[in-house]
Design a protein around this ligand. Sequence first.
Ligand SMILES: *Cc1c(COP(=O)(O)O)cnc(C)c1O
Length: 460
Amino acid sequence: MTIHPKNINIAEVVQHDIAHHFHPFTDHKAFHAAGGPRVITQADGVYIWDGKGNKILDAMSGLWCVNIGYGRKELADVAYRQMLDLPYYNTFFKTTTVPATELATKISSLLPKRFQHIFFTNSGSEANDTIVRFVRHYWKLKGKPYRQHFIARTRGYHGSTMVAVNLGGMSGMQGQGGTLFPGFHHVQQPHWFDFGGDKTPEQFGLDAAADLEKKTIEVGPDNVAAFIGEPIQGAGGVLIPPSTYWPEVQRICKKYGILIIADEVICGFGRTGNWWGFQSLGFEPDIVAMAKGLSSGYQPIGAVAISDTLTKDFFELGGDFNHGMTYAGHPVAAAVALKNIEIIEDEKLVERVAELAPYFAKGLASLNDHPIVGETRSMGLIGAIELSKDKATRARFHDSGRVGTICRDHCFANNLVMRACWDTMVLAPPFTITKKEIDEIVRLARVALDATYADVKGEM
Ligand SMILES: *Cc1c(COP(=O)(O)O)cnc(C)c1O
């Protein structure tokens, strides 16, 4: 493929960006000190190109979303045709468009039978906002208006709107902008590396789940509306719970009549080697949030699947659901999502993730001999490398996130995108990645780890 078009004046874009673009999730002082943004101009397969012509291996699929890889012309064609046929119409007031309805039908067919109805949003955050609106209203309709409380996990990530921040367990986000609402509670995240101590992962999984029961009793079992969790916590650092965790969470939720919400925004559509993370982790949710993998990031779209037990009551009890976004089920986004799913099915990409999983895991595990690697773990094509200053005790470096950032910068400098969640390096490459490209990730990761080690050796 041709390197970035010559007609882009990158220096000017950088200048304009500094002058006019207010970036999300950015330390603005550091951004300006660094001389502005890195401009990404093109992408193909698992690679992105920046304005300087560097070819960079994107081991993060953008933000965990470009699952079918970059450069899929089929999706552009579908979007173009849909824009000509019907660029927009809404789905409010007893109206629909063909792509919205077809996509709801398709998503439903990929889920267990009890999920017959799909509500559309434009993002994962909105999906989770929708769920809170729906669940609270549902319990009121059911004559249990006291069931209004949500329990989630520390370092869970459920998006960045006001409600999504409350569901999330990111302390840095919760502190900003007066976002702390009543009725949201957090329990221990099932992260054995940091909190497991001398326990076996299986024992630790049960103990982390027990924290949910403790919190439920504290809040009052009748007051708890739902428990929400990512099957694998992504932005929290790819926290893959021990096998005992989710089944125990499910047992506790059943015992107290608490709904289970699976936030499948990252895990959904094949990331873990099954269509859904709950299939890989062993639990049965009542509600499913999805977004990223739904369109592989080619269009902004999210959705909520609600089980029949809930929708049946909801439809019978009646009344307006006074909630919805202008672009819910947007025909272009829906058409693109449908094509994305078709590609995943035709190319058997979920099976491919499952097949590549052991190879990916082995590649990461080959880094275990590195002096600053405390642990590697993965499931399907999502993985993590824990940075630690002492393997035996799993000790962390001082100032959480500092060494992770150093490592991430070394990755960038060596044309690899790997993200740092505090001192956990995380990876989620496109499903289309080849074994050779996995080898390249591992090779570049070692180069970055070596450079990081050189920087922090004195602290060990
Ligand atoms: C990214 C993410 C969200 C938020 O999705 P947006 O589209 O950014 O609003 C929610 N949940 C999880 C698990 C995510 O990774």
